[in-house]
Each structure stands twice: as C-alpha cells, then as structure tokens.
Design a protein around this ligand. Structure first.
Ligand code: ADP
Ligand code: MG
Length: 238
C-alpha cells in the first residue's frame, strides 16, 4: 500500500510556477529522499504534503485519503525542520510531550511515550533540562523525539542536519537510519546533499526547477542516471 501519493501537483507563487505536475508514490515504510539544488522546490513540495501551503493544482493522498482540504494537524504527519523550534522555557520532557498534552492524552500515557522515545534517542538523562542547556545534536534528538511520540503515519524532514557540523551530521544520519529501521515509519526527507540522499534513501527523487527528473532506488540513479543533469548532480560516472 502507498502511504503517500502525489498526482499532478503544481504550485505557483504569483506568475512563477515553481512545481510543475509532480507525480510520485511512496510505499508504506519507504524512505524517500527529495534531492536537488537550492531553489528547485523541495521545501515547497514538503509544505504542500504537510498542508502548510495549498497546492495550485493536483492531489495529495495520504493512505487512501485525499487530504487537499485537510488541516495539517489532522493529516497524521510529523515534520522536523533544520531550525528545531523547541520551547525554551519548557523542560525537554514537556517539549517532547507537548503535542500529546494539547491533544488531551492522559499524563500517564504521555509520560510513557515520552520515556520510550527518549530512550530510543538516548536523551533520557536530559529530560529535566531546558533546551538552552543542550548541544545542537541533543536538541536535534529532542526535536525528533517530539515527532516520534505522536506516532505519525508519515515523517517529513526538511534538511534537518544542515545546521550541524560535519561529524555530528554523520552521527545523526546514522541515527535517522536506525530509527527508520527500528520503527518502520514512512519518511520523506529533503536534502541538497548527495551523500545523505544516497545513504539514507530507499528511493531518491532528483529534482530540478520544479520537475522530478528521476525517481528510483539509489543504485539505479547512480548506475543509470536518466539524463545529464542527474548524472552531474549525483557525480556518477555516466
Ligand atoms: P528548495 O527548498 O529546493 O531550496 P523552495 O521550495 O524553498 O526550494 O523554493 C522554490 C522556489 O519557490 C524558489 O524559486 C523560491 O524563491 C520560490 N518560493 C518559495 N517560497 C515562496 C514564497 N512564499 N513566495 C514566493 N516565492 C517562493
Ligand atoms: Mg528548502
């Protein structure tokens, strides 16, 4: 079954069309990377999937359901951005559980879920701290924990590692891969980093100027790039 389907999705800002007829399908448990240069429309596409921006045309389906007119909070999606806006005055524990708190999930159930996520991300010793007392990598883990506790159908990541230094980026990349393997969640992950795309994705969509140039598994993209742009961007020998 497909968790995510896009059919002919278009987006214009004024006269400028930045997404042209985007079609894609992502199977349950898949890890799709949207890869492309800055300005090609990756964040816009992710925002449309999340419901933060309306599309100018086309359909977004989550599972079997067309969600074009469904509010973001009713889409069963969790999003992790590069600027992980944690609430500075709340503890890590409350930050992670806040979404559940807002939904009226009982305290005991909420605490259990927060603790499970904190263990998984190895931040359980930090639950009483405030975000200001954490390193960048720790904050990123908390931001992911906050997404995990909501048990979403679909995870969206928008360049979550681009604010981290090179060493931490590799560490967090491994962490995200491990989480995906452990939880079996469906992920759409935006990056302009080829190595990140090729190591994380089960499927990679290479984008240029609002058009998906090729959507395939990483090996196929590397071995048989669809055109010169893909070959050049991936750095494959074709
Ligand atoms: P990426 O995430 O791949 O870097 P974006 O999706 O942010 O690209 O942007 C794609 C194009 O849409 C760019 O040309 C950008 O300037 C334009 N764009 C994005 N958001 C807006 C907006 N709110 N208003 C006008 N133009 C926008
Ligand atoms: Mg972007």
């Amino acid at each position: 079954m497909s968790t995510l389907t896009l059919r002919g999705v278009r987006k214009s800002f004024g006269l400028l069309e930045v997404l042209h007829n985007v079609d894609l399908e992502l199977e349950d448990g898949g890890f799709l990377v949207l890869l492309g240069p800055s300005g090609c429309g990756k964040s816009t596409l992710l925002s449309i999937i999340a419901g933060l921006e309306p599309a100018s045309g086309g359909d977004v389906l989550i599972g079997e359901r067309v969600v074009n007119d469904v509010h973001p909070k009713d889409r069963n999606i969790a999003m992790v951005f590069q600027s992980y806006a944690l609430y500075p005055t709340m503890t890590v524990e409350r930050n992670m559980g806040f979404g559940l708190e807002m939904r009226g999930v009982p305290t005991a159930e909420r605490d259990g879920k927060v603790l499970d996520a904190a263990r998984l991300l190895q931040v359980e010793h930090l639950l009483a701290r405030k975000p200001g007392q954490l390193s960048g990598g720790q904050r990123q883990r908390v931001a992911m924990g906050r997404a995990i506790v909501r048990d979403p159908e679909l995870f969206l990541f928008d360049e979550p590692l681009s604010n981290l230094d090179a060493k931490l980026r590799v560490e967090m990349r491994t962490e995200i891969k491990r989480l995906h393997d452990r939880l079996g969640t469906t992920v759409v992950y935006v990056t302009h980093d080829q190595v990140e795309a090729m190591t994380l994705g089960t499927r990679v969509a290479v984008m240029r100027e609002g058009v998906i140039q090729q959507l395939a598994d990483p090996q196929t993209i590397y071995d048989r790039p669809a055109n010169m742009f893909v070959a050049g961007f991936i750095g494959s020998p074709a």
